[in-house]
Design a protein around this ligand. Sequence first.
Ligand code: SF4
Ligand code: MG
Length: 294
Amino acid sequence: MTTLKDLEITYDKPNWCPGCGDWGIWISLKNAIVQLGLNPWEIVLVSGIGCSSKLPYWVKTYGFNGLHGRPMPVAEAIKLVNHNLTVIVVAGDGDQYGEGLNHFIHAARRNVNLTMMTHNNQIYGLTTGQFSPTTDIGEKNKATPVPTVEIPISPLSLALSAGATFIARGFMGDNKFQTELIVDAIKHKGFSLVDTMQPCVTFNHKNTFTWFYERVYKLENHDASSKTKAFEKIQEWPLCYQLKENEKEKIPLGIFYQENRPTWEEGLPQIAQTPLAKQSIENRDISPLLEELM
Ligand code: SF4
Ligand code: MG
């Protein structure tokens, strides 16, 4: 049985800022792994670049820290080679919804059986606070002093329209709830997104823990099997550009949408039965292929 101690590394400690939402995601993820009873050697955490992307370094599973915006193709390749592994993409909003947006959309439509856990702090934290694709309109800060005129993207609507089969939003003010979402997302067979609101206490002075506590609520009596109902709920936020004076956003948390659909790996006849990593590479004559290429 896996314990929290089994997931601890001894050679280093996380260096996120005190109070950063990344700490909570790190703890929730480890709790979820323990609850699911997954073996650390059967898990791969894949990340790109950003504060959040340092997470795989501090959990004793397999990990891959790659290029900015590119965790998804690496994660998909890992699933192709050995789809028995539990693969979790750890990405920031800048990383996955900016540079990596196309990879996210295509992984969702393919229904690759992996979990994408986005640390969404609505800012580029590692590079001191530039606007990200999820920054609210009208925001300005030290790094970008001119207010943004761009409306934020809605990762959940993108996921829904692209064909993701599990779509959820979490918030790092509630570790227990976040753990439950990660557990459900990993258990789900198919592409699962847990977009997690993770306040950057150092550079985002608007979307703070207090700001979220005043706005979040949990989905109740929501029909997660209906795309129409999911879209209605997803549309509640972000809508900052449509708010009237003194009106506050309402930010729903929980599972918006879930459906069962064959996964990418199941649809590929070459690997549907046996993972590539377990297939024999002996006695394969590739000379006809080489001749064709000559
Ligand atoms: Fe967290 Fe922001 Fe500090 Fe990065 S800069 S560790 S996101 S608080
Ligand atoms: Mg960010």
